[in-house]
Design a protein. Structure first.
Length: 140
């Protein structure tokens, strides 16, 4: 059976995750508060819904605990990101990946039980720096 993913927050980060998972043939539920964002992904994701994931009943009615992997890509609103993550943990979602906005956010996300916390700008900076160094090493 195909793996079922849900992506919460369709900004640049969540949107590109959603698009890439869909291109790889995965089942993806795209979720955002903003109707325009949801419409943008209606033809890309398997399903796209307008929902506020800080509402426990909304998450329940989406059947969120049945997804194999949920990605929380709510950036600016740290409170919503933390609350959403906490409810996913409490619902027993097996894999939860969350985008952190800063070190404090990351610390709280780890503490409440997120399985993987990513910090895209920082992680990408580190990767690129390693890449540059290893390229230079090869060049000499
Ligand atoms: P990026 O840098 O990836 O564009 P960003 O940090 O700008 O991300 P935000 O705009 O803060 O990201 O949030 C990403 C998306 O999350 C937005 O489209 C926003 O509507 C959505 N979002 C915020 N809060 C919620 C929520 N409670 N439920 C669902 N979606 C939400």
């Amino acid at each position: 059976m195909k793996k079922q993913f849900a992506v919460i927050g369709l900004g640049r980060f969540g949107g590109s995750i959603c698009q890439s998972l869909s291109e790889q043939g995965m089942e993806v539920l795209a979720i955002d508060l903003n109707e325009d964002k949801v419409n943008e992904f209606a033809n890309i994701a398997t399903h796209a819904v307008v929902a506020d994931t800080t509402e426990e009943n909304t998450l329940k009615s989406l059947g969120i605990r049945n997804f194999d992997h949920v990605i929380v890509a709510i950036g600016d609103n740290i409170q919503s990101s933390i609350l959403t993550t906490l409810m996913l943990v409490e619902a027993g979602v097996k894999h939860i990946t969350v985008k952190a906005q800063n070190d404090y956010h990351e610390k709280v996300l780890n503490k409440i039980g997120a399985h993987k916390v990513v910090h895209p700008e920082r992680d990408m900076g580190i990767r690129i720096a390693h890449n540059i160094v290893s390229k230079n090493v090869l060049d000499y």
